[in-house]
Design a protein around this ligand. Sequence first.
Ligand SMILES: NC(=O)c1ccc[n+]([C@@H]2O[C@H](COP(=O)([O-])OP(=O)(O)OC[C@H]3O[C@@H](n4cnc5c(N)ncnc54)[C@H](O)[C@@H]3O)[C@@H](O)[C@H]2O)c1
Ligand SMILES: C[N+](C)(C)CC=O
Length: 498
Amino acid sequence: MPKEEGSLTLQKMFIDGEWINAQSGETREIINPFNQEVIATAVEGDRNDAKKAIEAARRAFDEGSWAQTPASERGELVQKIADLIRRDQEELAKLETLDTGKTIEESRADMADIANVFQYFAGLADKDAGEVIASPILDSESRVVREPVGVCSQITPWNYPLLQAAWKIAPALATGNTIIMKPSEITPLTTVKVFELMEEAGVPKGVANLVLGAGSTVGAEMSESHLVDLVSFTGGIETGKKIMQAASGNVKKIALELGGKNPNIVFADADFETAVDQALNAVYFHAGQVCSAGSRLLVEESIHDKFVEALVERAKRIRLGNGFDDATESGPLISAEHRDKVESYIKIGQDEGATLAVGGKRPEASELKDGFFLEPTIFTGCTSDMRVVQEEVFGPVLTVETFKTADEAVQKANDTIYGLAGAVWSNDISKAEDAAAKLRMGTVWINDFHPYFAQAPWGGFKQSGFGRELGKIGFEEYTEAKHIFRNKKPAPVNWFNS
Ligand SMILES: NC(=O)c1ccc[n+]([C@@H]2O[C@H](COP(=O)([O-])OP(=O)(O)OC[C@H]3O[C@@H](n4cnc5c(N)ncnc54)[C@H](O)[C@@H]3O)[C@@H](O)[C@H]2O)c1
Ligand SMILES: C[N+](C)(C)CC=O
């Protein structure tokens, strides 16, 4: 909650049903990116704490009753968590804004989504009765059942701290797994709070464990440990590669939700005002710190000048400020280090010959001087070979390219290592559908940008990762399919006659 409403207590880890300090006694200060004030102190776990949590989760899976608990009961418990999140949604939203700088309106929307995610997976918990197979073998019965994978490490980023955690916790618990969750070390507050709610809901001891600390220690142990069966990771591509390597030791299942460089294709026949407005929202929502941000605008050549002019005018008027202020449309970047990275891309863009149409610097307003703000930035005259066009900047930076034909738009949109999301704007539905079919991305929006919800799967093609979260597929990711075959009339086969 905002500082004026009371100080936060020490943020602890939750291991084997107990709230504990780090074995090392280390702590870390949690910073408000709007003003750099210390908003909380969190215990800083290390590999030893991670090991303890993994062992607890292993015991709870192997010796506890969670995996065998009737699916309907697991569903009821997950639903209870959804209800508690709804009860405390305002407190959670305030914590998220305090920790990330995002506007309170965004945080409230996140909390509503998060409760829906728990509710959705609660509902799915007892719907899978398995499948009877038409066995080709006489006098036999063949069926497929779904079982939990086992012990799951779950590692999340700072941009949507609780939302990304919810996408992992809810399906894992609904399917009978045990978990070790590690939120980003710089934004742990809402995840800690939801573990308090899970304790209140009655999640059994050892089933859900929370470890706080750095990726290079806690995260590495969670990825390497041979006691873990699955790692589900959301974060950057370079970390994802490390996790793939670390997970190989015992051939864990892995699911990677990585970055994106997401094209937003605007055809000349699109509704102009809507496409401008949504292009702005596509890239600048949450200061561009969104995996699926529409940071790469591909606009049909005939409307380029008019479109860019309208975008620049709108970008100049975006109100930066304190996420708790109702007038604020966009908050700060998450940290000084991250702003430095985004600024380095602005320099790269300039050095590569792109034209800076607006922004590119820190705002001058005195009330923003302590926050990690950057002005909404637009580069025109971009080409596909530029690094600023190809690499994920993860900030308020839009690159603009042009195209003459639908084929050229699709070719350029697909010309990236990523394949997370993209959009097509056109009033010619068959043209838009044709382009959508050719885009190599996990999500394609037609005449919209950003929608995601519990019922539809989310994930990437190419180097945006693999595995899916949400939807029925996201539920199945936390299960193993087991084929059970029963011979109803066992008899010798007499293959070996001697
Ligand atoms: N595809 C998606 O759905 C999605 C959603 C949100 C964010 N993201 C991506 O996340 C990135 C931004 O988040 P970030 O900066 O927190 O990413 P990051 O990769 O730096 O960190 C993510 C998490 O991984 C941990 N980590 C770091 N090193 C590790 C290691 N060696 N082993 C195990 N864990 C380690 C961090 O502590 C953190 O908890 C962007 O690239 C964004 O696109 C993707
Ligand atoms: C997956 N999403 C869009 C909620 C957050 C990406 O950073």
